[in-house]
Design a protein around this ligand. Structure first.
Ligand SMILES: Cc1c2[nH]c(c1CCC(=O)O)Cc1[nH]c(c(CCC(=O)O)c1C)Cc1[nH]c(c(CCC(=O)O)c1C)Cc1[nH]c(c(C)c1CCC(=O)O)C2
Length: 343
């Protein structure tokens, strides 16, 4: 029997959609916090295959999810390309910046990322074969634009202004960075698939800040290049893309990139997705993650509404973005239970 997640990705409409959660291994779980304390800091946890395997498995012991997602981070690729990376507690990531051609010239080549990322592939190998029979293993990477926004600014930014400035002031350097990240992402995802990832997902968390021609050039085109290269190297391995807050940019995203599934955030309504995106292929989403904090009747009715709205086509149930540290694990259990109430 094929795993439910793989069936949905192949375009099948299932009586109950498969379910998993972005950031399902994370700080809302006390056992995650304990393992992270043992590792020391977040990056040490990412690069420790035994502990990264353990935290990947933790949510599966509590919840009957259909997928596990590799525990790692989208910012490991810039680090593997030679950028400095560290996390400031309570604030987020910091990186050495790329502000011009000289910074770009100091980065390594795409093929060189494997040396740093080898422990991540070991985590994938550990997980492959360890998972419950019906659970699919998802690998992931950040999309070039989103990763570039962190590399250019040296940190997370509310409006991605430094990346927009480099794009508009020094397009050659900006595009060379996007190209390097596109190639490095193919290398990284391809190695995850070789190590046992059954599905890969591309996170373009800041796709929504690109508009018009820029959206086509820096969200669609790199995603298409990555999907095309992966399909050539690994026929049959499905790809999920997540152009977060793309709005109307979700229209035609399957066809423009060749992705098997488009993940949709909660700024668009499930009915709209059913009408305008799901006819093109599998969709994933899109419960607001705030329901994992507040729970109750609002959670139950919203899970039912999204499930029912998307029940006439291939759907993977998920949140619209990652679960937050203040979420209550009981609400996650209630989400899964509600989803399957008649199934
Ligand atoms: C932008 C981005 C990053 N990382 C990621 C994105 C794209 C998706 C999104 O928009 O959420 C993706 C990511 N980050 C993490 C995963 C693991 C897999 C999963 O469970 O989904 C995934 C898929 C673990 C993580 N990545 C991070 C944590 C928290 C680290 C900790 O334990 O303190 C986890 C579990 C840290 C991180 N990593 C990043 C930031 C901005 C932060 C700090 C913010 C925060 O503290 O929540 C970069």
């Amino acid at each position: 029997m094929t795993k439910p997640l793989m069936r949905a990705l192949a375009g099948e409409t299932l009586p109950v959609p498969p379910v998993w959660m972005m950031r399902q291994a994370g700080r809302y779980l006390p056992e995650y916090r304990a393992t992270r304390a043992k590792a020391g800091d977040f990056l040490s946890l990412c690069y420790n295959p035994d502990l990264a395997t353990e935290v990947t498995l933790q949510p599966l012991r509590r919840f009957d999810f259909d997928a596990a997602i590799l525990f790692a981070d989208i910012l490991l690729v810039p680090q593997a390309l030679g950028a400095d990376l560290w996390f400031v507690t309570g604030e987020g990531p910091r990186l050495s910046t790329v502000t011009g051609a000289a910074d770009l010239a100091r980065l390594k080549r795409a093929e060189d990322v494997h040396e740093t990322l080898a422990p991540i592939y070991q985590t994938v190998r550990n997980l492959s074969g360890t998972l419950p029979r019906d659970v699919a293993l998802i690998g992931f990477a950040g999309a070039p634009w989103t990763v570039a926004t962190y590399m250019i600014a040296g940190r997370g930014t509310p409006d991605q202004a430094p990346a927009h400035a480099l794009k508009d002031d020094d397009r050659a350097t900006f595009e060379a960075l996007i190209d390097l990240l596109t190639e490095a992402t193919v290398e990284y995802l391809s190695a995850q698939i070789d190590a046992g990832a059954e599905v890969v997902k591309l996170f373009d968390s800041w796709a929504g800040s690109l508009s018009g021609e820029d959206f086509a050039r820096y969200a669609l085109a790199p995603a298409k290049r990555i999907v095309t290269a992966l399909k050539a190297r690994h026929p049959g391995v499905p790809v999920i893309v997540f152009p977060r807050e793309a709005g109307e940019g979700y229209l035609g995203f399957h066809a423009a990139t060749g992705a098997d599934c488009v993940a949709v955030d909660n700024s668009v309504d499930a009915e709209w997705i059913a009408q305008h995106v799901q006819p093109d292929g599998c969709v994933q989403g899109n419960l607001a993650s705030s329901h994992m904090v507040t729970g109750g009747d609002a959670l139950v009715s919203e899970v039912r509404r999204i499930r029912d709205a998307l029940s006439n086509g291939p759907h993977i149930f998920n949140l619209g973005h990652g679960i937050t540290p203040d979420a209550d694990p009981d609400n996650v259990a209630l989400m899964v239970e509600t989803l399957r109430e008649n199934g």
